[in-house]
Design a protein around this ligand. Sequence first.
Ligand SMILES: [Zn+2]
Length: 332
Amino acid sequence: MIKNIAAYLKELLKLLSVISAHSKDDKVIKVERTVRDFICQMRLMLIGCMKCTKKKKLPPVSYEYYRKIFDTRFNIVIGYPRSDTCSSCDKYQADVTVLQYTLSGPSLPHKEKHKLEMPTRTAQMANKVHKHKAEVFYERKRTARQRSMKNESHEAITFYFQKNLPMPKLTTNCVYYRRQLSLYSFDIHTSPRGHSVFYCYPETEGRKGSVEVTSFLHHFIFNLPNPKVKVIELFYDVCAEQNKNYTVLRFLYYDLHAARRLDHIKLTFPVCGHSHLECDRSMVLINQKYPAELPEHWVKVFETARTKPSPCHVVNVDQALLRNWTQYLTSL
Ligand SMILES: [Zn+2]
């Protein structure tokens, strides 16, 4: 049965590769789907395939089964929809649901309905603007990626602190009640080459603040794989404690005008709740259930997590790498 379904899906995939549309002057233009549209379409298609199977009275096949076929036979990995959603979008959805429920009431006078239509339209417009602003971030990231592909003096990077990994990871029940040592990891991801550099250290070495972020950026910028890079575009989350603060901004200014390693730095911040960065994808590949007992064990897991486009590079952070940039830059 799996063979037939796989063949059926293969035919559907052929239709999805390129779509054709007629412009006003009847010239056929080809529109390539963006990756995001494609993935959305794939998810819909999986659901469509399930309905089709049911309609043709074929044996029922689960969503997971279809997904497995896509992942194993077509080399197309379809992720799950994100579980963490934007609080602004959630509030909009809740407000609109309440307004629509009130409007659908049969006993509501016409004048009251008319009054409620305006807040609904206002909320819809505000959410549309919010989503448009969020999309600008991704559009700029895509453009920076394409620019880096064409010009080797350009580089686009994203960075963020990843999830804390506990040690020792034991199965015995008393571990649940004990204080465990955490391993911190800070990922810097370059685009489009896809290099991932993890700065790993146990919590005894340092904290997760602006000094650490600045130290890692300094190490990364002065040890870039390609020394020809002179223009860097940074895309990172607006966490004031770690990323968007005076220390980091002063360091970037210092890098441009005092150290003169780079000629141009461009910063782009996402809209809160819509900051899906490439560095988060690298963390997904880490086996977080690995029974690590020492920091070295986690380092090994990071180094062997992936092979394409290149294995993750791990920097073992020590006290020498972490410098008090806040104090130094304030004195300048
Ligand atoms: Zn949102």
